[in-house]
Design a protein around this ligand. Structure first.
Ligand code: BT5
Length: 255
């Protein structure tokens, strides 16, 4: 906390040795009274969640499980931009220690293996966001042996990449400080350019063949770019035109 150089983000912070899920807890509190900038941290999650009800593994003391509550006055449609701002801030916060890439829309990878996952959950009515809870799971000091066998081949950690343990508090402070800077600029002026630039430069998908999974269909496409709205532009097989894909509606498998 002493390392934190933020104005509002994380100035209120709650730390748990163990909890089922920081996102679930943050949502329960926000439902009563959303506190803009409140941060929840846990050393272990016993029921960590990914998107679409998937499981997120956070063994004790080996990963960072962090959730932030935000009350941005933006249209609900724009909430997916927040996921991109988080990803960009993570790239920026780790640039001196690792060469990470963003696997649109919500994964941070190193050499194609997942280091970090982002889960953005919003509570909104029509045009008004009530609150947003953004959860971030980071594999800091998780060794290969400590990973659940089903993710060993597709996940990585900073320990595995760097060959040494890192100080999680330092990374948390650096991430929160960087995120607040991009977030505040975006809220104040709508300026999304710095994020977009990082997301394009550090994309793990642009230029690659991918599968776009929408409802029941799975279609081969080439990822072409990320547009001003944070949507992925893809070119489906045998098509000349590019189609924007909105983060909320697809899963992209394989890069
Ligand atoms: C995500 O979902 O990547 C979002 C993960 C968000 C976790 C944070 S931790 C703090 C907060 N509290 C929560 O309960 N959640 C948030 P998704 O794209 O659906 O990816 C889930 C998939 O990632 C799983 O199906 C596994 O294949 C894989 N996975 C699970 N645990 C992992 C880990 N520790 N490292 C890498 N991959 C993992």
């Amino acid at each position: 906390r002493q390392q934190l150089k933020t104005h509002f983000l994380g100035q209120k912070m709650q730390v748990f040795p163990t909890i089922p899920s920081t996102n679930v807890f943050a949502k329960e509190e926000a439902q009563q009274k959303p506190e803009n900038g409140k941060v929840y941290l846990a050393e272990e999650q016993t029921l960590g969640r990914g998107r679409l009800g998937r499981v997120w593994s956070s063994p004790k003391g080996k990963t960072i499980a962090l959730s932030m509550v935000l009350t941005p006055e933006i249209p609900p449609m724009e909430a997916s931009k927040l996921t991109q701002i988080v990803a960009a801030a993570f790239v920026e916060a780790t640039k001196n220690i690792a060469d990470v890439q963003i696997k649109w829309p919500n994964d941070i990878v190193i050499n194609g293996k997942k280091l970090c996952g982002i889960l953005t959950e919003i509570s909104a009515e029509l045009t008004q966001i009530h609150y947003v809870v953004i959860g971030i799971g980071i594999n800091t000091n998780l060794s290969f042996e400590e990973m659940p066998p089903d993710i060993q081949e597709k996940a990585t950690s900073l320990l595995q990449v760097l060959g040494k343990e890192i100080d999680p508090n330092h990374l948390i402070a650096s991430f929160l400080t960087t995120f607040e800077k991009y977030y505040a600029a975006f809220i104040a002026t709508g300026n999304y350019q710095p994020t977009l630039q990082i997301c394009r430069q550090h994309s793990a998908v642009i230029g690659k063949e991918i599968y776009v999974i929408q409802q029941d269909s799975k279609r081969l496409a080439k990822a072409v770019d990320i547009d001003e709205k944070g949507q992925l532009l893809v070119q489906f097989e045998n098509e000349k035109k590019t189609t924007p894909i909105f983060a909320g509606e697809v899963s992209i498998r394989g890069t």
